[in-house]
Write a protein that binds this ligand. Structure first.
Ligand SMILES: *Cc1c(COP(=O)(O)O)cnc(C)c1O
Length: 359
């Protein structure tokens, strides 16, 4: 039994533990009255398509879907035949956390893992694999590459790095996909435009994430390649991802993009990760693995600190990597108080174990 009364949520497992921005609730309520044409033929869906065209400063095709996994799998399937391969980092969400959805949606394409430091694919190894066994009927054909921005470890590809990868892909005739589950978190740190982070650097299609950063269940495939639009449309319907009451999904995406909410939310989430990193760094025994560039913080904690925090009700991933390595994720809804609480308790646990050792 713990006598500790937890007044704050102590959950840092992921940014999907956050609720939705209040603006979402209001937007969904506001679009609820009266009939609207189904399957995306409503004015709000049209407005979202236009808004995303403005965001990306060009004509785009937009496909709203209910999960990031669906966005990834559909996008990859549109550019990868069953005999093709998808080149992505070993730690990629598509590779580790989607239960084979990319393989399933592509009707069996092979996921090829590309290593690289800091969660980013190594361009030289990518180049070698993108041009490997091309035309050899015995081998899968390199068809697409996928980069995650921000990465699964909270780092970012710089614009120059995306550009290099884009050039490799173009040279090899390989389509470049971006898993943007944390697109906004990356964008606000880089301080660039969405166009610069994507098609201007060679990205062909994006999984434009929104659920982790404010909506309560809508992400989008945004495609810059017109010739993919009918394939993506049929694939979405066939996957059961064409929502009949699309207006409710569109209302969320519309509110998400309105008046810069998505950018404000991401800026806040990132700031919380930085505040957390700064707080934890000042505690003896804590080692920050990578300065967070987005809203994910990996660090190494003394084992007694991990168990102490777990005992206090904190939730975070701690048993997926080497012993001592933990991941904290902050969200748009994370408060300064929640971060301060974690730092205070970590410090208290550290002090307590030092005192015990000294006895
Ligand atoms: C969360 C996440 C997704 C999408 O996950 P869903 O649970 O399917 O919405 C995709 N890529 C990355 C890197 C993620 O973190």
């Amino acid at each position: 039994m713990t006598t500790n009364h937890v007044i704050r949520p102590r959950v840092f497992t992921s940014d999907n533990v956050a609720g939705a921005s209040p603006e979402m609730i209001a937007a969904v309520a506001a679009c609820n009255s009266g009939p609207a044409m189904p399957y995306g033929n409503d004015p709000l869906t049209l407005a979202v398509e236009q808004k995303l065209a403005e965001v990306f400063e060009r004509e785009v095709d937009v496909f709203l879907v209910s999960t990031g996994s669906a966005a990834n799998a559909l996008a990859l399937a549109a550019v990868t035949p069953p005999w093709g391969s998808v080149l992505s980092h070993s730690d990629a969400h598509i590779n580790r956390d989607e239960c084979g959805a990319p393989e399933f949606y592509t009707a069996g394409a092979k996921l090829v893992q590309i290593p690289g430091a800091a969660g980013k694919i190594d361009p030289d190894i990518l180049a070698a694999n993108a041009n490997k066994m091309v035309g050899d009927v015995h081998s899968v054909q390199p068809s697409s590459a996928s980069i995650t921005q921000a990465t699964e470890v909270g780092t970012l590809y710089g614009l120059d790095e995306i550009g290099v990868i884009g050039e490799i892909c173009r040279g090899a005739g390989v389509a470049l996909h971006m898993d943007g589950a944390r697109f906004a978190n990356a964008l606000v740190t880089l301080g660039c435009s969405p166009a610069e982070m994507t098609w201007k650097a060679g990205v062909d299609l994006v999984s434009f994430g929104a659920t982790k950063n404010g909506t309560f269940g809508v992400d989008a495939v945004v495609s810059f390649r017109k010739e993919l639009s009918s394939s993506l449309a049929f694939r979405r319907k066939r996957a059961g991802q064409l929502s009949s009451k699309m207006r409710f999904m569109a209302a969320q995406m519309d509110a998400y993009l309105k008046d810069g909410l998505w950018l404000r939310n991401a800026t806040h989430a990132n700031r919380m990760a930085q505040t957390l990193a700064a707080g934890l760094t000042s505690i003896p025994g804590v080692e920050i693995q990578q300065e967070p560039q987005a809203n994910i913080l990996f660090c190494r904690l003394p084992l007694p600190m991990i168990s102490g925090l777990l005992d206090l009700g904190f939730k975070f991933y701690h048993d997926r990597w080497e012993p001592g390595v933990v991941r904290f994720v902050t969200a748009f809804s994370t408060s300064d108080d929640e971060v301060a609480d974690l730092v205070t308790q970590a410090r208290a646990v550290a002090t307590k174990s030092t005192l015990l050792e000294a006895r």
